[in-house]
Design a protein around this ligand. Structure first.
Ligand SMILES: C=C1C[C@]23C[C@H]1CC[C@H]2[C@]1(C)CCC[C@@](C)(C(=O)O)[C@H]1[C@@H]3C(=O)O
Ligand SMILES: O=C(O)CCC(=O)C(=O)O
Ligand SMILES: [Fe+2]
Length: 381
């Protein structure tokens, strides 16, 4: 069923999500994380419903650990083994770990160091990069002013990365313009970090193509000029970690997520009807399939439910690189994955449409792609 790509989001129809999910933009609350972490009384906006509260001691998920060394050096036997492991993981829960990934350890340490520096600034300083309503870049504290309930116990700083030509200073320029000249080195580190993430993503896209039986360069070419999102997640300690969540249950709407979590632990994945934890491994990146790649694979690979829990003792940090195709690319599976594996499951769309859907109309959760699909098809009927 070929569906033309919709070029913009219809404004008259609203997706099916309770209105109260969205805070009245005119009167946003402000939560200062340096105050929040000492709160014994947890504001009701941060308390999650009983059926979504974290459970104590989630059992560990044994996630495949894939050594990329051989594959990245061109060893065909290593490539075959790595693609087999990736394929198994992606058909089951969409998560795997990669080591010997080629990302410089000093760069990784710098990225963590500058993240600590930023989030330890006073709130008024961080607010110089304040996220604007409807936009995905900038600083956000608990998404106050965006949602009115089930607020995440976290601060985030998100910014755009472009792999396109003439974009080698896009991140440095962003921080110079929003935070001032003293952020030149800060921007340089995250520009270098995102370039390393983009390179790693393209290598993983080759592995995914091999494992799906698609021409090896297909997805690499699709993401060559990626326009991705870098997000720094900062989770302050919480006095009542059994009532709150750092990041609520969701599937990433993006294509591929490359996440580096610190040694604290808190990432959980919903597998076989229970929450399972992914233990920290500082040498590894956690990689997971997002909704957009699930559509690209015509549903073969799964974008899975995950969340982040917090604790009462220590701050937790994670750096998430969300791979996204450039704006003009139409998300449509390669013919091999349609002819051999049955009818289309999702309509054609572009990433900017799905991004706008998550930023202006629908709080990304475990149903985002299906609600988005129904919404588009309703508009097309
Ligand atoms: C495109 C995006 C929207 C979110 C950031 C990236 C990929 C993950 C999305 C998110 C983390 C899913 C859970 C809800 C969310 C609001 C959050 O908790 O941060 C989502 C992000 C967002 O909309 O800002
Ligand atoms: O912090 C984590 O471990 C997970 C965060 C996450 O899932 C996200 O930002 O999409
Ligand atoms: Fe996520």
């Amino acid at each position: 069923m070929a569906i033309d790509c919709i070029t913009n989001i219809p404004s008259n129809s609203k997706p099916h999500q309770p209105k109260e999910e969205y805070e009245d933009e005119q009167k946003p609350l402000v939560f200062d994380a340096s105050v929040l972490k000492h709160q014994t009384h947890i504001p009701k906006q941060f308390i999650w419903p009983d059926d979504e509260k974290p459970c104590a001691n989630a059992p560990e998920l044994q996630v495949p650990l894939i050594d990329l060394g051989g594959f990245l050096s061109g060893d065909p036997v290593a490539a075959k083994e790595a693609s087999r492991l990736v394929g198994e993981a992606c058909q089951k829960h969409g998560f795997f770990l990669v080591v010997n990934h080629g990302v410089d350890s000093t760069l990784l340490a710098d990225a963590h160091h500058y993240m600590d520096n930023f989030f330890e600034f006073p709130l008024c300083q961080k607010q110089k990069a304040q996220r604007k309503p409807g936009e995905h870049c900038g600083y956000a504290s608990s998404f106050t002013g965006r949602f009115s309930s089930k607020l995440p116990w976290k601060e985030t700083l998100s910014f755009r990365y472009s792999a396109g030509k003439n974009s080698s200073n896009i991140i440095q320029d962003y921080f110079l313009n929003t935070m001032g000249d003293e952020f030149k080195q800060f921007g340089r580190v995250y520009q270098d970090y995102c370039e390393a993430m983009s390179t790693l993503s393209l290598g993983i896209m080759e592995l995914l193509a091999i494992s799906l039986g698609v021409e090896r360069g297909h997805f690499r070419e699709f993401f060559e000029g990626n326009e991705s999102i870098m997000r720094l997640n900062y989770y302050p300690p919480c006095q009542k970690p059994d009532l709150t969540l750092g990041t609520g249950p969701h599937c990433d709407p993006t294509s591929l997520t490359i996440l580096h979590q610190d040694q604290v632990g808190g990432l959980q994945v919903f597998v076989d009807d229970e929450w399972r934890s992914i233990s920290p491994n500082f040498e590894a990146f956690v990689v997971n399939i997002g909704d957009t790649f699930m559509a690209l694979s015509n549903g073969r690979y799964k974008s899975c439910l995950h969340r982040a829990v917090v604790n009462s003792e220590t701050t937790r940090k994670s750096l998430a690189f969300f791979l996204c195709p450039e704006n003009e690319k139409v998300v449509t599976p390669p013919t091999e994955l349609v002819e051999n594996y049955g009818p289309r499951i999702y309509p054609d769309f572009t990433w900017p449409m799905l991004l706008e859907f998550t930023q202006k109309h629908y709080r990304a959760d475990m149903n985002t792609l299906q609600v988005f699909t129904n919404w588009l098809q309703q508009e097309n009927s």
